[in-house]
Ligand binder design. Structure first.
Ligand SMILES: Nc1ncnc2c1ncn2[C@@H]1O[C@H](COP(=O)(O)OP(=O)(O)OP(=O)(O)O)[C@@H](O)[C@H]1O
Ligand SMILES: [Mg+2]
Length: 420
């Protein structure tokens, strides 16, 4: 997600000359960006630095310092739960403090005065360990998200595919019978009309009945009636096809897929959430589709990305509705815009999903794709939607997923996918 950064190391010592000493000693490596150093003069300052620079991987700390000593700092760093290795600096032979530090989880210790060669070896060993630990933590999280994702998806997909399948049978016999009923009805009408031709005077009772049912308009109505029944069954067919498009479970191979079908079937599934409710009017959907080639992809997974992005946009608009009056919302309606285009120069397609909700503050923006990051109350958001989507777009499809949000004019999420 980010370019290669120099490993960050924090030195904590109340001796102010330590900084220039260390910088001088490592000046070549610092210039070559092999390390980035930070300095603090006591535990309190050190904690502040760690908070500001969460990428600090190794802390090298003195033990005796004003305000907060090195041993307390060790405890506090441990409580933060970050993957950080701490090395303590101690006076030669101060076995008691060294034992305490090691018992509190210090990675290693160094004696003062500092032997720089030893310092560097220890630093590199500590960095290596942190990197290994962070990597395995990352892999574990990836595996876990993937597991949750496939679990969620297969449960939802199976349910939807099942419903679509169950719908198809009854619709099938309605549609089939409508056509037959249409034939039967016209035959019955023909028979009645034949009777009327042959027996000009059917008698009082039949004449009255014909009048009562308004035979002429009844006959005239039949075609419209049948047409609307056909239209209804067509719509249900369409719905069940969309459901099946949405839940396409061809997980194991990539296939050519029309992304517009994916977007439309996802919109259909979210339709109930777009409708007006007691807090806001309908959310408008504005489609700006342009001609797109079929994209080789995992359709089920991309549908899941569309689902996550659209659901987030709806959540944002829902939340924003609390801050706007009904009249304001009628005047400038809640709207989600979906636009697609081909980027022929780099053989990619781009899909932009924008909302005119509250937008994303700069501070939140840097975290939206993080695992388990959410600003929604418990029970509402798990903070997985965007990190799963990121994984699908970037890792599974070699694409890009990023967001743009300036001020409070809403948010735009942009997906770019290679066509092949
Ligand atoms: N369109 C948007 N407008 C404003 N904020 C957004 C938008 N999309 C995402 N966010 C922010 O990004 C955060 C992370 O989104 P993400 O989809 O990963 O998790 P979530 O929606 O909170 O939970 P869930 O796992 O149920 O999707 C959201 O909590 C929200 O703060
Ligand atoms: Mg979400």
């Amino acid at each position: 997600m980010e370019e290669q950064k120099a490993p960050q190391i924090l030195f904590v010592d109340d001796e102010p000359s330590l900084e220039s000493l260390i910088r001088r000693q490592f000046r070549r490596k610092l210039r070559k960006n092999e390390y980035e150093f930070f300095f603090a003069q006591n535990g309190v300052e050190a904690l502040k630095q760690i908070e500001e620079e969460p990428d600090i991987q190794v802390v090298i700390t003195d033990i005796n310092m004003p305000e907060m000593n090195g041993l307390t700092l060790l405890d506090k760093i441990h409580d933060l739960g970050h993957v950080i290795k701490t090395v303590v600096l101690s006076a030669y032979g101060d076995m008691k403090n060294i034992r305490t530090a090691m018992n509190r989880g210090a990675f290693d210790f160094l004696n003062k005065p500092i032997d720089f060669e030893d310092l560097e070896i220890t630093m590199n060993r500590a960095l290596e360990q942190v990197q290994q630990q962070r990597n395995s933590q990352y892999q574990l999280q990836q595996a876990q998200t993937q597991l949750i994702q496939s679990e969620k998806m297969s449960a939802l997909g199976q349910l939807i595919a099942g419903v679509a399948h169950e719908m198809n049978n009854p619709v099938g016999f309605i549609a089939g019978n409508v056509a037959i009923a249409e034939d039967y009805i016209s035959e019955l009408i023909e028979v009645i009309e034949l009777y009327r031709d042959k027996f000009k005077d059917p008698g009082e009772e039949i004449s009255a009945k014909l009048h009562e049912v308004d035979f002429e308009s009844l006959v005239a109505d039949v075609p419209e009636l049948v047409a609307s029944m056909k239209e209804g069954t067509d719509r249900i067919y369409h719905l069940s096809n969309s459901l099946r498009t949405f839940s396409r479970a061809d997980i194991s191979t990539k296939v050519a897929f029309n992304l517009h079908d994916g977007l439309d079937s996802t919109l259909l599934i979210l339709k109930h959430r777009l409708k007006a409710n007691e807090f806001r009017p309908d959310i408008d959907i504005c489609k700006e589709y342009s001609e797109l080639p079929a994209v080789i992809c995992y359709p089920g997974q991309l549908n899941q990305v569309f689902m996550n992005l659209l659901a987030n946009a709806i959540d944002a608009l829902d939340e924003y509705s609390d801050k706007r009056t009904w009249d304001e919302m009628l005047e400038s309606p809640n709207i989600i815009t979906i636009s697609t285009c081909e980027l022929p120069e780099n053989k990619r397609v781009q899909i932009r999903i924008s909302d005119n909700g509250p937008g994303i503050p700069e501070k939140v923006k840097t975290h939206v794709f993080d695992y388990l990051f959410t600003t929604k109350p418990p029970g509402k958001g798990t903070g997985l939607g965007l990190s799963i989507s990121y994984q699908i777009v970037v890792e599974k499809h070699g694409g890009r997923l990023y967001c743009e949000s300036e001020g409070d004019t809403g948010a735009t999420f942009i997906i770019e996918l290679p066509i092949e």
